[in-house]
Design a protein around this ligand. Structure first.
Ligand SMILES: C[S@@+](CC[C@H](N)C(=O)[O-])C[C@H]1O[C@@H](n2cnc3c(N)ncnc32)[C@H](O)[C@@H]1O
Length: 266
């Protein structure tokens, strides 16, 4: 049975409107991939903090294991690692696109000191070689981010290939994910690879994720307003739904036993 959802308009609760996120811009310190979408920094931060608040209220105070099964170039997860690293233990990322995964690996490396130090060395070479203001700005941003992450412990991070719609099981190291945080493919830049409709695809995705989420845990799914999101009310319980920056976001908590897998959409 599908649950009818009421999505309410909402305001940012954790993020201040005037906050400056230029250090996190794609292509500055974080690597930008051709054809990859970049999620709003403000919005991903807000979603993460709402998830953390809910898990805290349920006695799970973190640090959290987070996973994006549609990670693209890993931009959102890398931003979270840089912004909220002290609340994060592990970051896992997967995608069906091998080229984007190469960027995801590079971006995730930046959430730890060793990766950011390497990036600083790379940017120093660019500054010397090309004397461009953009490289100087990127280097300044990298130093600021390096100072910011100095206080958090090292984060275990891994990006791997997985088709979230096929019948293979997700790897066993994913057992015990606290927060799945993801943005559904939409439009020309990213799609479900031509497989099925949104509703069937998201149902398959949520079914596949279910046994990797050990309560209290959350799946935070962001979609465009035009997209339909379906889930089985016996397997997920809706914690909240809100609309920000033209995205619908729903926070779901797994309930009950793992569902019988939905056949992959055709
Ligand atoms: C909206 S983008 C995600 C953006 C990403 N969260 C970020 O931070 O940049 C959606 C991603 O879903 C991936 N995708 C589409 N179908 C997939 C599937 N069946 N399994 C895994 N990934 C898939 C696409 O390759 C694309 O990178």
């Amino acid at each position: 049975m599908d649950k009818e959802r009421k999505i309410s308009k909402n305001k940012y609760r954790f993020v201040e409107p005037g906050d400056n996120y230029e250090d996190y811009s794609s292509g500055r310190v974080l690597y930008g991939a051709p054809g990859a979408t970049n999620f709003s920094v403000r919005l991903i931060s807000e979603i993460f903090q709402r998830c953390a608040e809910y898990l805290n209220s349920k006695g799970n105070s973190g640090p959290f294991v987070i996973y994006d099964p549609l990670c693209g170039a890993g931009y959102s997860l890398a931003v979270l690692g840089l912004l909220h690293g002290s609340s994060i233990k592990s970051i896992f990322a997967s995608d069906v696109d091998s080229i984007l995964l190469e960027f995801a690996n590079k971006n995730l490396s930046l959430v730890n000191a060793s990766g950011l130090d390497k990036r600083i060395e790379e940017l120093k070479v660019f500054v010397e070689k090309y004397t461009k203001q953009s490289h100087k700005d990127a280097l300044e941003s990298a130093y600021r981010l390096r100072a910011k992450i100095a206080s958090h412990s090292s984060i275990d991070e891994r990006a791997f290939h997985a088709d979230i719609l096929d019948e293979t099981l997700l790897p066993s190291f994913l057992l015990g994910v606290d927060i799945v945080i993801t943005d559904l493919p939409y439009g020309k830049l990213t799609s479900w690879g031509g497989m099925g409709d949104d509703a069937t695809a998201t149902r398959t995705l949520l079914d596949k994720l279910h046994d990797r989420l050990h309560g209290p845990a959350i799946a935070a799914i962001s979609s465009h307003k035009q997209q339909r999101l379906e889930y089985d009310a016996d397997t997920y319980h809706e914690i909240m739904a809100f609309t920000l920056e033209k995205r619908n976001i729903v926070l779901l908590e797994p309930t009950g036993p793992p569902p019988t897998p939905t056949p992959p959409p055709h």
